[in-house]
Design a protein around this ligand. Structure first.
Ligand SMILES: Nc1nc2[nH]cnc2c(=O)[nH]1
Ligand SMILES: [Zn+2]
Length: 437
């Protein structure tokens, strides 16, 4: 009798090994036309041609046949706001007005744990139905919201990163903590959640405008004491934001200098946006190994500006891509790639589809320093997978009639695809795509 949880997934497998150096870099990925994954106890036990995997498996193993669809590692979203599920699609001016008029009022509702639990269910339904199996989220400033966030992830077997937003000024009283309370609450939450199951705690000062120097210092103290945790914040998204930050921290060399001064930079630091960077900031980002997170739908929606992927990477900076819902306008990493492609086109930095799909899987896993567990179909890693159908809608099916290569198929998925192209999502080896409706 086979282990109940042992199964074979059959389909067209695609996984990356490193960032493709160009369209012809076939060594950068593995593609198996009739491939299979042996899944045991939430991890990938073996990968190969179906015939070989079937031979080595127990006779009564369950075979789930996903042909003719693609099987990929689950998508990874490196920057999203859990309490903004009700903010997405709010008609606003640029960043600071959008925060004050829509975002802060919506986040205040998370003082109520019941609200957090309801939004958490909707949030994870949205992630999984769009093929995202891991994300790094800002919760609200209420510790309750972090519990709601990780409890729901645990129930769904998902590897999720997140933390309590630290913010003690320039926001409504109902959202503000203090330097001391944010330190105490973050520490307690971190000790409760980090490493429990698949949870990863992220120290989360919102941005320089909403944190006093004392609070940024507290965040730095936490990061020093818990260097295995990530830290996430925002930087250089909007010109008014930058000007206000310079007024609040006149002694800092520049915006990044604020975070640098409080010891917030390093290989586990995720900096959202990084649009308007100066030369000094680029070199400090590179030296510290901090990650510059591209949020294309948000950057267009809020009129923030154009992320310079080529310039950042030429400076040796690690990059990632994310939705930034609710400034971002879609949970789909496919829609995110499509908008990102257009931003890069405007700068003559056209991105090849192999690089796009590398980025939202292994690339983002590397940016999170989690490539030993997720973002890949390598045996020994976690079975977080998705099944994609490039013929999911009539316009996609029509376009696919003339597609001749894997790269072309990926580009159809990126340009025309959304949650309708996601046939199934597995987290820790189990089917998790919510039933429609
Ligand atoms: N896009 C975005 N930028 C921010 N900067 C500070 N907070 C936020 C936020 O919630 N969204
Ligand atoms: Zn954000």
């Amino acid at each position: 009798m086979a282990d109940q949880r042992t199964k074979i997934l059959r389909g067209r497998l695609l996984t990356f090994h490193y960032a493709p150096l160009g369209p012809d870099d076939t060594a950068s990925y593995s593609y198996e036309e009739d491939g299979a994954l042996l899944i045991e106890g939430g991890t990938i036990a073996a990968r190969g041609p179906f015939s070989g995997i079937e031979k080595s498996a127990p006779d009564d193993v369950e075979v789930i046949d996903h042909r003719p669809h693609l099987i990929l590692p689950g998508f990874i979203d490196t920057h999203i706001h859990f309490p903004q599920a009700e903010v997405i699609a709010s008609w606003a001016d640029q960043l600071l007005d959008w925060l004050n008029d829509y975002t802060f009022p919506a986040e205040m509702k998370f003082a109520d744990k019941a609200h957090g639990k309801r939004i958490a269910r909707a949030f994870y339904d949205a992630l999984l139905s769009h093929g995202t199996t891991t994300a790094s989220a800002y919760c609200s400033s209420h510790p309750n919201s972090v519990d709601a966030y990780f409890e729901e992830a645990e129930a769904r077997g998902m590897l999720m990163l997140g933390g309590k937003t630290m913010m003690d000024r320039n926001a409504p009283a109902g959202l503000c903590d203090t330097a001391q309370s944010s330190y105490d609450d973050s520490k307690a939450l971190l000790e409760k959640w980090h490493g429990r199951g698949r949870a990863h705690y992220v120290i989360t000062p919102r941005f320089a405008i909403t944190s006093s120097p004392g609070q940024l210092e507290a965040a730095g103290t936490l990061l020093k004491a818990y260097p295995h945790c990530h830290l996430q914040t925002h930087i250089n998204e909007n010109h008014n934001e930058i000007a206000f930050t310079r007024e609040l921290f006149p002694e800092a060399a520049d915006y990044l200098g604020v975070y640098e001064g409080f010891g917030l930079l390093g290989a586990k630091t995720l900096l959202g946006h990084c649009i308007h960077m100066n030369a000094r900031e680029l070199s400090v980002m590179q030296e510290t190994g901090s990650v510059a997170v591209f949020c294309p739908t948000s950057n267009l929606f809020l009129g923030s500006g154009l992320y310079d992927k080529k310039g950042l990477e030429a400076a040796g900076i690690r990059t990632a891509i994310a939705t930034d819902v609710g400034g971002g306008t879609n949970y789909s990493m496919l829609r995110t790639l499509d908008e990102g492609y257009k931003i890069l086109q405007l700068q003559r930095q056209r991105m090849h589809p192999l690089i796009s799909f590398y980025w939202i899987t292994l690339g983002n896993a590397k940016a999170l320093s989690l490539a030993d567990r997720i973002g890949t179909l390598e045996p020994g890693t976690d079975a977080d997978l998705i099944v994609l159908d490039a013929r999911a809608t009539p316009p996609m099916a029509l376009r696919m009639e003339t597609v001749e290569s894997l790269s072309e198929e990926l580009f159809v998925l990126q340009t025309l695809g959304d949650d309708r192209a996601v046939v199934e999502a597995y987290a820790a080896g189990e089917k998790r795509k919510p039933a429609p409706g």
